[in-house]
Design a protein around this ligand. Structure first.
Ligand SMILES: Cc1cc2nc3c(=O)[nH]c(=O)nc-3n(C[C@H](O)[C@H](O)[C@H](O)COP(=O)(O)OP(=O)(O)OC[C@H]3O[C@@H](n4cnc5c(N)ncnc54)[C@H](O)[C@@H]3O)c2cc1C
Length: 485
């Protein structure tokens, strides 16, 4: 019997757990370790943040689903890896700390044959002074944050209804933050809610971003087919912002927040302050801080993890000039190079480099987006890792047949605003591949047959359908495996 341990029950980890268990059946053990009792469908947090959904709509309890699937679930967080065991335990194990109230703070050692690290990001609010719900800005990165954002947003809406002007600042809260798509979508939704209440004259909405051009989205922007012609994601995104009456500040790195004030530097080295009444700003992401130790107790964290805290996998991490970056640098099986029974999927894996060109201003501040690892690629990585692990257990072959490089996969991004069947609008964008491949597609870096953008109500319906479909799948309801990642 083999034992597969999965760290994290988000899009990557939960997908991996469902698939590996389905492939392995009862003969093998699958354990999920995750600190929260609930699964959350993060993309719909946007709707929680504008009061159109509640936490209940975007979450469900994990334990009953895992019980049904025959997966052992421990409400705990991983703290350290011992990939060779230690002087007492000869097998690899992961040290955990329970987070549920009945064992709170107790520790344990969970042995494994295969480990899938899908711990996502640490929301690193601490990297920007004053950022986050405990500081002066809101977040929509968790359903709790999004609920808090909605409480604060209502205060601003009430003030506007009483004739008091409000300034909204939405975007990236750190000079190298990623996840621009989510913040962009939230900005459009806030604008939509304001417009719905006919309060436009009372609001000033500003999109603030570390992107060199609006529409970069951490993937170096893209040329997309729209209708019959080719345009850039910059034009596409700027048109949408203009249509929603949103101003923008680009090439901006927020360095500090105070009550109602965001301090930022631009790429040309200027220092500015932007005043706000309501701010939703995405923090920097880091790895969750798991350490690693050799059998003799020596710390080997840097063998397994990059300095960012994300796990090293089969990528080319050699430092290279931007001009020498290649799509081949990106990993395809998400396997740790030192320990071939350890994998990392979703945001937990360390990208070899950014996709957008790194830029630093004259004050030495790096201002550019780090690469996104959005939901669709995260789910696909979870699936590919699960299939390879299951096949290796069943056949003994070390061949990794299933591959999913971000340089060979596409991603769809639906930036929707409003809620309901008639009351919404969306900008739907697909890119293929996520990491541009200039060897295969010399002109645009991407295949324009699959790199497209369209505004319209249809994309909004798709977003709604995806919400229900992915929650159905994550709940492992009948025939869940037929729904793609
Ligand atoms: C508001 C918002 C909207 C978004 N919208 C979209 C969208 O429309 N489309 C899209 O494709 N992407 C979207 N994304 C991105 C998408 O949500 C992420 O790409 C995806 O959640 C990443 O999946 P993951 O499994 O890597 O990480 P997560 O989903 O964050 O899961 C990480 C898991 O690890 C657990 N964990 C953390 N620490 C530990 C530890 N020490 N030990 C064990 N477990 C741990 C966490 O509790 C969690 O269960 C959005 C993101 C945000 C914030």
């Amino acid at each position: 019997m083999s034992k597969v341990v999965i760290l994290g029950a988000g899009i990557a980890g939960h997908t991996a757990a469902q698939i590996v268990k389905r492939k392995l059946g009862r003969k093998h053990e699958v354990i999920v370790i995750s600190p929260n009792t609930k699964y959350q469908w993060i993309p719909s947090n946007i709707w929680v943040g504008i009061g159109q959904m509640t936490a209940k709509n975007v979450t469900f309890e994990l334990a009953p689903v895992y019980k049904k699937l025959g997966i052992d679930y421990k409400q705990a967080k991983a703290t350290a890896l011992f990939p060779e065991g230690d002087t007492d335990i000869s097998r690899p194990y992961v040290a955990i700390e329970y987070t549920g109230h009945y064992k709170l703070g107790q520790t344990d050692k969970i042995e494994y044959d295969f480990l899938i690290n899908a711990t996502g990001p640490k929301l690193n609010f601490g990297a920007t002074e004053g950022l986050g719900p405990e500081g002066y800005s809101e977040s929509v990165c968790t359903y709790l944050h999004a609920g808090h954002a909605w409480e604060k947003l209502q205060l601003s809406l009430d003030k506007m209804a009483k004739g008091e002007k409000q300034r909204f600042l939405i975007g990236t809260g750190h000079p190298t933050a990623t996840c621009q798509g989510a913040a962009f979508e939230y900005a459009l939704n806030v604008a939509f809610e304001i417009n719905k209440r006919k309060l436009n004259d009372m609001a000033e909405i500003t999109w603030i971003t570390n992107e060199y051009e609006v529409g970069d989205f951490g993937m170096g922007g893209a040329f997309i087919k729209k209708g019959g012609y080719v345009t850039s994601t910059r034009i596409f995104s700027e048109s949408i912002l203009s249509e929603y009456g949103i101003k923008w500040i680009k090439r901006a790195g927020i360095t500090k927040l105070e009550q109602g004030k965001a301090h930022y530097q631009t790429l040309d080295g200027e220092i500015h302050v932007q005043d706000f009444d309501f701010a939703m700003l995405i923090p920097a992401f880091a790895g969750v801080g798991i350490k690693a130790f050799a059998k003799d107790g020596a710390e080997i964290t840097s063998d397994l993890f990059a300095p960012s805290g994300f796990m090293k996998v089969d990528a080319d991490y050699k430092p290279k000039e931007f001009e020498d970056w290649s799509v081949a640098d990106w990993p395809s099986v998400y396997q740790n190079p030192k320990y071939d029974n350890i994998f990392a999927a979703g945001i937990a894996f360390a990208p070899p480099h950014a996709i957008s060109k790194p830029m630093t201003n004259k004050n030495g501040l790096a201002i550019f987006p780090t690469p996104p690892r959005t939901g669709m690629p995260s789910g696909i990585m979870g699936k590919v890792v699960a299939l390879n692990v299951a096949e290796r257990i069943k056949t003994g072959s070390k061949e990794m047949k299933h591959k999913a490089s971000m340089g060979k996969m596409g991603a769809a991004c639906i930036i929707s605003s409003g809620y309901g069947l008639r009351d919404g609008m969306a900008a739907t964008m697909t890119v293929f591949p996520v990491v541009p491949d200039y060897e295969k597609f010399p002109q645009w870096g991407r295949d324009l047959s699959y790199t497209m953008g369209e505004p319209g109500l249809a994309g909004h319906w798709i977003k709604l359908v995806l919400h229900f479909m992915f929650i159905y799948k994550a709940k492992a309801l009948p025939f869940w495996w037929l729904i793609p990642e």
